[in-house]
Structures are given as structure tokens and as C-alpha cells.
Design a protein around this ligand. Structure first.
Ligand code: FES
Length: 147
């Protein structure tokens, strides 16, 4: 097998790895419900539970990408439903900065996604994971070239 064939096989075998930061009060429960409801969605996501999306900053996202995640999903309560009143609104206000920080690091911003999914919106959570996986597939493996 030649190097070109090996690369092609490696590319064919590549599966995006996603880190999903989920708010404990809504999206984490939504992800759990997706599992218990047997809703089909890509298994590529590793979920990290946070108390509120207001806790997320650019360092979390860049660190996940630096450690090998091909994409990062942030999923929290709908605006107006944050358990801590305004954490998600503060994140939403900072999201443009997150995208800019990712771009400044030389990373395609299609690797990150912000969504809102309540505890009962398992399908929305699952669809968000699938959408991010689709976006990440378009840009390919993250590699280490962005450093
Ligand atoms: Fe869910 Fe704030 S508690 S986003």
C-alpha cells in the first residue's frame, strides 16, 4: 500500500471528535433524554457537563481544540430559561468574541457551534450534534496546523 493509499484510507476512516459542553439544567438532560429515548445521533460527541453556559469562555473552546477535538458544541438553556437567570445571555453576547478568538488562532469557525436545547428537546440536541459533525466533516481533521 502506497502512502497516498494510506492517506486515503486514513481520511476515509476519519471520524470527527466533538466535545459538547452542556448546561446541567437543560441540554445535559436533553442529551440524556436523547439516549433514553433512543434517538439516533452521531456517537462522536463527548459531553462535558457545566453548571451554566455562562461559565464557558474562549479558553475552554481553544483548549478542547488544542487537545484534539475537531469541533466544539456549546449547548444550554434557551434565552430566558437560564437557571442562573442570565448566564446564557452573557455567553450569547460573548459568542462573536469566541468565534473571533477561534479565527485569530487560525481555526475555521465552522468547528464551533452554539445552540439552545431544553431538557425536553432531545431531538434538537441530537440535531445540533449532527449539524456540527456535518460542518466539521466539511473542514476535515483539525490536525496541528493551526498552532
Ligand atoms: Fe443553562 Fe445557564 S443554567 S444556560
Amino acid at each position: 500500500m502506497t502512502t497516498a493509499q494510506t492517506k486515503t484510507k486514513a481520511q476515509a476512516d476519519w471520524e470527527p471528535r466533538i466535545v459538547a459542553f452542556c448546561c446541567n439544567w437543560c441540554s445535559y438532560a436533553g442529551a440524556d433524554l436523547a439516549g433514553t429515548s433512543r434517538i439516533q445521533y452521531p456517537t462522536n460527541a463527548r459531553i462535558i457537563r457545566v453548571n451554566c453556559t455562562g461559565r464557558i469562555d474562549a479558553e475552554f473552546i481553544l483548549s478542547a481544540l488544542d487537545k484534539g477535538a475537531d469541533g466544539v458544541l456549546v449547548s444550554g438553556c434557551h434565552p430566558g430559561d437560564c437557571h442562573y437567570t442570565s448566564g446564557n445571555l452573557k455567553l450569547r453576547a460573548r459568542w462573536a468574541f469566541m468565534e473571533e478568538a477561534v479565527k485569530q488562532a487560525g481555526i475555521d469557525p465552522r468547528r464551533i457551534r452554539l445552540q439552545w436545547a431544553s431538557a425536553s428537546e432531545a431531538q434538537i440536541f441530537a440535531d445540533g450534534v449532527a449539524k456540527l459533525i456535518e460542518q466539521v466533516r466539511e473542514v476535515g481533521p483539525i490536525g496541528r496546523s493551526w498552532k
